[in-house]
Design a protein around this ligand. Structure first.
Ligand SMILES: Cc1cc2nc3c(=O)[nH]c(=O)nc-3n(C[C@H](O)[C@H](O)[C@H](O)COP(=O)(O)OP(=O)(O)OC[C@H]3O[C@@H](n4cnc5c(N)ncnc54)[C@H](O)[C@@H]3O)c2cc1C
Length: 75
């Protein structure tokens, strides 16, 4: 869950920063150009976000099937 959250957040924040930089976002003079190239890898490497969600969902379902009266975790 931490990897999923951190990856998605990083890509979102990088995208926002890119927009704030305007045309400079494409310039190699600024760090944002590298971040824009590299951040999307976080959604793929070491398990894609979709697979992370599948693994998390499976774990939560298994937990609630074994204890249906438990209150859901705060997400
Ligand atoms: C440069 C690079 C480095 C990598 N490094 C690592 C590493 O260090 N460790 C590691 O474990 N893996 C690593 N991987 C593998 C990576 O985490 C993915 O598991 C792998 O790239 C996915 O396989 P695929 O490219 O054939 O895509 P596919 O499996 O064909 O997936 C394509 C798209 O479909 C989605 N998808 C696939 N199956 C499902 C499903 N059942 N439900 C919903 N959506 C689905 C995927 O999320 C993805 O968006 C790396 C991959 C690359 C390209």
């Amino acid at each position: 869950m931490a990897k999923l959250f951190a990856s998605e957040y990083c890509v979102a924040v990088t995208g926002e920063s890119f927009r704030i930089h305007g045309g400079y976002g494409y310039s190699q003079e600024y760090e944002i150009e590298r971040l824009m190239r590299e951040a999307p890898f976080l959604l793929i490497g070491e398990g894609t976000s979709e697979i992370q969600k599948t693994i998390t969902s499976r774990g939560l379902l298994r937990e609630y099937r074994s204890n249906p009266d438990a209150s859901p975790p705060a997400l």
